[in-house]
Design a protein around this ligand. Structure first.
Ligand code: SF4
Ligand code: SF4
Length: 264
């Protein structure tokens, strides 16, 4: 049986999601019996223009070069799978999309880079699906090794990969984790966050900040009102949603509601 060919591409990102492939440990070795990786910079394999069965794409579209590359990736790949917050919703770099709240991209560049004149960026940071058709999305910041492994095994077995998007609270209940929102009045975003991480933060008594992004049918307004009920003022509610998935439609809508001046 011929092996599936795979490429792992990087756009604007920190490379953390690519590490989820390396972090699969023994899972990676058994995977390599069924799949051949043709491009993976973190793994030392460089062949960015090869046609493949599955292209994994990490990172947001933040530069003109990202946009050009992602279109070329689509044309050479049978399946495109986005991995991580940057690729699925624009990532933390999408905070610059709220120029009224956080300042314009040009002023952010001044604060970060010694020579901003060498940095060519688009005004917004956008998810990959804003420019091309995406077949599957794996959310998380970063995605977990188990999540990537599960997805690849499903694909190799020929089954339809199941999207993990139920609410994190369900995971807490199954693991019998005591709710930090109820018992500690901690501003937990679990009620609107998709599962996938194993409820890692509540398991350690910490509030979730939604690094896995919005769940299916999140009732963000209701949660925001609950957060107000435990004492958060409007800008603190905004700051809960204006994090890693600030540019997801669900969280963007909430940010714009509690901070009407945040619209460009
Ligand atoms: S701790 Fe957070 S995620 Fe867990 S049940 Fe409570 S609100 Fe939901
Ligand atoms: S509990 Fe929330 S913030 Fe913590 S890892 Fe899971 S999704 Fe991310």
């Amino acid at each position: 049986m011929s092996k599936l060919t795979v490429a792992i591409h990087k756009l604007t990102s920190c490379s953390g999601c690519q590490l989820a492939f390396l972090n699969q440990g023994e899972g990676l070795l058994s995977l390599l019996e069924r799949a051949e990786i043709l491009h993976f910079i973190e793994g030392g394999i460089y062949n960015p223009e090869c046609p493949v069965d599955i292209a994994f794409v990490e990172g947001s579209i933040s530069t003109p070069h990202d946009l050009e590359r992602v279109k070329a990736i689509r044309s050479r790949s049978k399946l495109v799978v986005t991995i991580g917050a940057c690729a699925t919703s624009g990532g933390v770099q999408a905070l610059r999309n709220f120029s009224q709240l956080y300042g314009k991209a040009s002023s952010m560049k001044l604060q970060v880079y010694a020579r901003p004149d060498f940095i060519e960026t688009l005004d917004n940071s956008e998810p990959v699906a804003s420019a091309i058709n995406v077949d599957y999305e794996l959310w998380g910041c970063p995605v977990s090794a188990a999540q990537v492994n599960r997805f690849l095994v499903q694909l190799l077995l020929g089954t339809k990969a199941k999207a993990e998007k139920e609410k994190l609270c369900m995971q807490c209940k199954r693991q019998q984790i005591v709710c930090v929102l109820v018992t500690k009045q901690a501003p937990c975003l679990g009620p609107t966050t998709r599962t996938g991480c194993g409820a890692m933060c509540p398991a350690y008594g910490k509030a979730c900040y939604s690094c896995y992004g919005p769940s299916e049918q999140p009732n963000c307004r209701s949660l925001a009102n609950r957060l107000k009920g435990i004492g958060l003022v409007d800008w603190e509610v905004v700051n809960r949603f204006a994090q890693i998935h600030c540019h997801s439609p669900e969280y963007r809508k909430e940010i714009e509601y509690w901070a009407p001046d945040s619209k460009k």
